[in-house]
Design a protein around this ligand. Structure first.
Ligand code: SF4
Ligand code: SF4
Length: 101
């Protein structure tokens, strides 16, 4: 897929983002170094990961954790940090290792 790149004259003054919701088309998962991996056996569905994820990349359905949106997860590790210490249902793994599978 070819991406149409803009020249500097095409950018809005001040770098403003004029189109609402445009971040959805920018797949930040493409430059992720670490990937969150979920352990459903340990998860208690407290949804702390969903609350704290800065990229809205924790997918929840009917009040339960169902997965990560890996197109937009940038691998910051906040979800793993906020998962309760007694549970530790999310571990961060190297993206390169996960991509081999
Ligand atoms: S690693 Fe960061 S961006 Fe990815 S799901 Fe966890 S909190 Fe969200
Ligand atoms: S924070 Fe941990 S225990 Fe809570 S829903 Fe997320 S993965 Fe499950």
């Amino acid at each position: 897929m070819s991406v149409q790149k803009k020249g500097w004259r095409d950018l809005p003054t001040g770098g403003l983002i004029l189109e609402a919701g445009s971040s959805h088309t920018y797949k930040t998962g493409g430059w992720r170094t670490y990937r969150p991996v979920h352990n459903p056996q340990k998860c208690i569905n407290c949804l702390a990961c969903w609350i704290y994820c800065p990229d809205s990349s924790v997918i929840v359905t009917d009040g339960k954790f169902v997965g990560f949106d890996l197109d937009h997860c940038k691998g910051c590790g906040v979800c793993a940090y906020e998962c309760p210490k007694k549970v530790r249902a999310i571990t961060m793994t190297e993206e390169a290792e996960e991509a081999k599978d």
